[in-house]
Write a protein that binds this ligand. Structure first.
Ligand SMILES: [Zn+2]
Length: 102
């Protein structure tokens, strides 16, 4: 039977599309889903519970997330402890606004 326009995609076609979509996604999205990253992130936040950027400016702010100093997209090592910094949301957003995302 020929397909009619607007007919729903069957499951196999949907799977293929998801596969293609994931193939095109950058590696860094996968790193954040790994147990290794979650463990490393927890260790980093435990050892640096304050925002490191705020600390450089003399402010004391609780860190909310762990950031890669050299972004993974620019070749930074994703699991190197020395490439991590604890940041608050405001500092993280500021940094990534300047870098243009990532
Ligand atoms: Zn901060």
């Amino acid at each position: 039977m020929p397909r009619k326009p607007g007919e729903k995609l069957n499951l196999q076609e949907k799977k293929e599309r998801v596969k293609l979509y994931n193939k095109g996604r950058p590696l860094r999205h996968k790193i954040y889903a790994t147990a290794r990253w979650k463990a490393l992130r927890a260790v980093k936040l435990a050892s640096s519970p304050l925002c490191e950027e705020c600390a450089r400016q003399g402010r004391i702010t609780a860190a909310e997330l762990v950031d890669h100093i050299i972004p993974i997209a620019e070749g930074g090592p994703p699991f190197a402890f020395g490439n991590l910094q604890s940041l608050c949301n405001a500092c993280h957003n500021r940094k990534h606004a300047q870098e243009g995302g990532g």
